[in-house]
Design a protein around this ligand. Structure first.
Ligand code: ATP
Length: 225
């Protein structure tokens, strides 16, 4: 089991009100699963991915990732735990605009305590794997939406994560590019046996995952294969 979620709640305390974004969520996820997380806007998809990505803490319940009880991992240790276990493809890329594609992919390796002598080679190999060997020296502004998404995938893979989380990775792409990106995720899942969770509004793509989880108003309404 790579992820175990038991009776998890997430409550945001905004100034005006308390928002119960996730309500009593329980899930067990095995190594190598490829899961789509679907649901309307505001259903809680990003909230769930943020908890799994250790970008935020749970309010109640239990969350175990790679058998580690996250209650026992101090918040200040979340970044290291994330670096060692989880790759994240963000909705809005978050590239450094003054760095090339290659440098952006290498960036997560700079934050490791032990410097990786093969950082550049690793990043080049990943950019080749996502079909961008001819774009490695381009800056983000010189890349198309589909190409940027490929760079984002390469960057998420550079630390060799066990779990890959993607939040609407095809949201800004046309149908063909969206399918290409989804195919790439399918290939990574099949070849590397990496556990992948993808939040998407796109039902046609979501159905291509091996397991489908529907969230409605913070609760799991359907969990099917
Ligand atoms: P979308 O598909 O539009 O991205 P989503 O399913 O990912 O939506 P979330 O972003 O998880 O939905 O939001 C779930 C609920 O929690 C929403 O009602 C949202 O307004 C609220 N929410 C999200 N983040 C915060 C926050 N930091 N503070 C307060 N409320 C928040």
């Amino acid at each position: 089991m790579v992820i175990e979620i038991a009776n998890v709640d997430k409550i945001y305390h905004s100034e005006a009100e308390k928002i119960h974004a996730l309500k009593d969520i329980s899930l067990k996820i095995e190594e190598g699963e490829f899961i789509s997380i679907m649901g309307h806007s505001g259903a809680g998809k990003t909230t769930l991915l943020n908890l799994l990505g250790c970008l935020d803490g749970i309010s109640n319940g239990k969350l175990k990732i790679m058998k580690k009880d996250l209650d026992l991992v101090k918040k200040k240790d979340f970044p290291k735990f994330r670096r060692d276990n989880i790759g994240i493809i963000f909705q809005d890329f978050l590239f450094v605009p003054t760095l090339t594609a290659l440098e952006n992919v290498m960036l997560p390796l700079h934050f490791k305590r032990k410097k990786d002598a093969n950082a550049e080679k690793k990043a080049k190999n990943l950019l080749t794997k996502v079909g961008l060997e001819k774009r490695i020296n381009h800056f983000p502004r010189e890349l198309s939406g589909g190409e940027m998404q490929r760079v984002a995938i390469a960057r998420a893979l550079v630390n060799e994560p066990k779990i890959l989380l993607a939040d609407e990775p095809t949201g800004n792409l046309d149908t063909k590019n969206a399918q290409n990106i989804f195919d790439l995720l399918k290939e990574i899942n099949a070849k590397e046996k990496m556990t992948i969770l993808v939040a998407t509004h796109n039902k046609k793509l979501g159905k291509q995952a091996k397991r489908h989880i529907h969230i409605e108003d913070g609760s799991i309404k359907e969990d099917s294969v």
